[in-house]
Design a protein around this ligand. Structure first.
Ligand code: NAP
Length: 289
């Protein structure tokens, strides 16, 4: 990856930001400012409130104001792709961009959500994903990034369960291969297909605050002792994770690490420097509690 020197302001500052609508609650500025500081890089990371009809102008602004890079969040991850000069192969397959790097006016889009998720899962649970039998709940945008990155780890198989069966089947059809079968099911099939999985990942928004009493799946259907992961980080431990741990003896993994690592991978793309992940995590954690 190129160093931040290839695009900086006249003063040599590395300007970074996050672009979304709404944006004021984003934890990205806090997290990246800590990373810049820890790396001794002079610069800033700012929240950028951009409405959908201003997205094209915003991309011109990134070039004109010599931003080195930006993260992109809801609702622009798909739409922004048409204003970029180049899209990384992974982001193209996922169909969404969350990170843009500006190399002397040339904007390239990446997707670090899935890579960030898998890094976090491996670091925090020590799971060996090679040969794993994985179940993913949900077939939305986050599921696409996560499944794409999981397939790179060569699991034995992936099954996708979704409220809307069609979406799970479509996604499975798109990514199944002879080497790694991917199959789609409806949530109602859970009791017939979950018995042999050893990693289960919730990528739906079910269980997120303020509806934190909700479960994406009946806990009794979860095989005992497996790894259960949830992309949600508010609450830090969802009801799914709590009950999997208490009632099924599972190892659990929450979504905070995904958020931190998608930012860490983006930071590496922006600056060429591996950031201080633990300091980033601590900053986000203290702002949440
Ligand atoms: P999305 O594209 O809107 O997809 C939502 C998914 O959840 C769909 O599969 C949808 O099923 C399912 N769903 C929603 N409400 C449901 C309900 N009441 N019952 C059953 N299924 C339901 O959203 P997304 O962008 O993928 O985000 C999903 C979750 O991931 C959110 O909670 C988000 O906060 C989290 N996330 C976390 C991180 C992180 O850094 N930790 C990053 C990205 C996303 P249908 O297809 O049937 O509608």
């Amino acid at each position: 990856m190129n160093s931040g020197e290839s695009e900086a302001t006249e003063q040599g500052l590395v300007l970074l930001g996050v672009l979304g609508d709404p944006i004021k609650h984003s934890k990205s500025p806090l997290m990246h400012k800590i990373a810049l500081q820890a790396a001794g890089i002079e610069g800033d990371f700012v929240p950028l409130h951009v409405k959908p009809d201003q997205l094209e102008d915003a991309m011109k602004g990134i070039r004109a104001m010599h931003f080195r890079g930006v993260n992109v969040t809801i609702p622009h991850k798909v739409e922004v792709m048409k204003y970029l000069d180049e899209i990384d192969e992974g982001a193209r397959l996922i169909g969404a961009v969350n990170t843009i790097v500006n190399d002397n006016g040339r904007l390239k889009g990446y997707n670090t959500d899935g890579i960030g998720y898998v890094r976090s899962l491996k670091e925090e649970t020590s799971v060996d994903l090679k040969g794993a039998r994985i179940a993913v709940l949900g077939a939305g945008g986050a599921a696409r990034g996560v499944i794409h990155a999981l397939l790179e780890e060569q699991p034995e198989s992936v099954i996708i369960l979704n409220r809307t069966r069609d979406k799970a089947e479509q996604l499975a059809l798109e990514w199944t291969t002879e080497a790694i079968p991917v199959r789609g099911y409806s949530n109602e099939d859970a009791k017939n297909v979950l018995a042999t999985v050893n990693v289960l990942i919730n990528t739906t928004s079910v269980g997120m605050s303020p509806l934190s009493d909700e479960l994406p799946l009946e806990t009794s259907l979860i095989p005992e002792g497996i790894i259960v992961s949830d992309l949600i980080y508010n609450p830090l431990e969802t009801r799914l994770l709590r009950e999997s741990r208490e009632q099924r003896g599972c190892t659990v993994h929450g979504g905070l690490g995904m958020f931190v690592y998608q930012g860490a991978v983006a930071f590496e793309y922006f600056t060429g420097v591996v950031p201080a992940v633990e300091q980033m995590r601590a900053a986000v954690l203290s702002s949440l509690s």
